[in-house]
Design a protein around this ligand. Structure first.
Ligand code: NAD
Ligand code: TYD
Length: 340
């Protein structure tokens, strides 16, 4: 049985990935290390914890704490590390860049040091298309060879981490992969990111803050498709390689918000154009030919269907949604939007 250490496993993608591992009936033991920030929610995996007590273990821990993490890795004889743990929201990175450097850069180096010390079989870094910067409307999608040109403190911290991962491969022969994905959507996403925020506000008849003119384009990847790609890279990815993962679903923010309102049968008048995000990247788009050719992965979830399924999930899980929106978060949200 292989032992897989997942960091940030109580967050959106990490919890979906752990769920996907168990659904796939693989011979894995999963160690989940998560600091439980505002974005980490133990409810996301409560059923997994109950169903698989011998195959799943959770530790509340900061990945920056090398000693603690290293002890867990040694004690559990870990084979693979998949690093999802991160501060992940661009708007928060503009408010507090240092926090992003702590977790996303220092946290990564702490994990790399332990991976190196314990002869880990593979270290997989979950990165983002945002490290490539921004495209114009007519530009070709990003390939893995595109220059790194991050524009936000978030993307700069993720690009820094990617470079450290590369350096540990080159300098110490640490077996690594880096995956760079586009914007994920699906169940269990904290409602500060575009899709769940707009669903939640619509459900509560609150205004939908669209930054600038809403012309910015994102490529949307269903989280299940992302999880499938991650497992493929873990099992079959060539050591030292970077793989782009995209959803083939580019859409302007305003069109996306209009679709959500239509699904929910809410009035378009809920849309409120607000002050733009500083340094707002215009467009992301991914060329995923490499993973498609080498590992035979492609996105399967049709965006229209995936969006409808996601809206339905949030409607069916309103208690999950209400519990995650704490008074503290609401205060933070209201303050942020008062300034826009
Ligand atoms: P998320 O914010 O939902 O979850 C992050 C998790 O990391 C939370 O559970 C949090 O408690 C945990 N965490 C934060 N700091 C930690 C620390 N110091 N030590 C241990 N745990 C810590 O994020 P997500 O959307 O699930 O993203 C997961 C990864 O995927 C991140 O690395 C992110 O950069 C990357 N990514 C996300 C997207 C997306 O669309 N969500 C797109 C591209 C890349
Ligand atoms: P977000 O979900 O924060 O992801 P990212 O910035 O990492 O792509 O935002 C997605 C897009 O939606 C981005 O162009 C910013 C925009 N946006 C809004 O217009 N309003 C909002 O309230 C939020 C959170 C995002």
């Amino acid at each position: 049985m292989k032992v897989c250490l997942v960091t940030g496993g109580m967050g959106f993608i990490g919890s979906n990935f752990i769920r996907y591992l168990f659904e796939s009936n693989l011979d894995f033991k999963v160690i989940n290390v998560d600091k439980l920030t505002y974005a980490g929610n133990p409810e996301n995996l409560k059923d997994i914890e109950e169903k698989h007590p011998n195959q799943y273990k959770f530790y509340k821990m900061d990945i920056c704490d090398f000693k603690a993490v290293d002890e867990i890795i040694l004690k559990n004889d870990v084979d693979y590390i998949i690093n999802f743990a991160a501060e992940s929201h661009v708007d928060r990175s503009i408010i507090n860049p240092s926090l992003f450097c702590d977790t996303n850069i220092s946290g990564t180096i702490s994990l790399l040091n332990s991976a190196k010390k314990n002869n880990i079989k593979k270290y997989l870094q979950i990165s983002t298309d945002e490290v490539y910067g921004s495209l114009n409307f007519n530009d070709a999608p990003f390939t893995e060879n595109h220059q790194l040109a991050p524009n936000s403190p978030y993307s700069a911290s993720k690009a820094s981490a990617d470079l450290l991962v590369r350096a540990y491969y080159k300098s110490f022969n640490l077996p690594v992969n880096i995956t760079r994905c586009s914007n994920n959507y699906g169940p269990y996403q904290f409602p500060e990111k575009l899709i769940p925020l707009m669903i939640n506000n619509s459900l509560n008849n609150k205004s939908l803050p669209v930054y600038g003119k809403g012309i910015n384009v994102r490529d949307w990847l269903h989280v299940k498709d992302h999880c499938k790609a991650i497992l493929k890279v873990l099992k079959e990815g060539r050591i030292g390689e970077i793989y782009n993962i995209g959803g083939d679903s580019e859409i302007a923010n305003i069109e996306l918000v209009e679709k959500i309102l239509k699904i929910l049968d809410k009035p378009q008048s809920l849309i409120k154009f607000v002050k733009d995000r500083p340094g707002h990247d215009l467009r992301y788009a991914m060329n995923h030919n490499k993973i498609t050719k080498e590992l035979h992965w492609k996105p399967d979830v049709d965006f229209e269907k995936g969006l409808k399924m996601t809206v339905d999930w949030y409607i069916s899980n309103r208690i999950w949604l209400e519990n995650i929106i704490t008074k503290e978060y609401l205060k933070f949200y209201e303050k942020q939007y008062k300034n826009r």
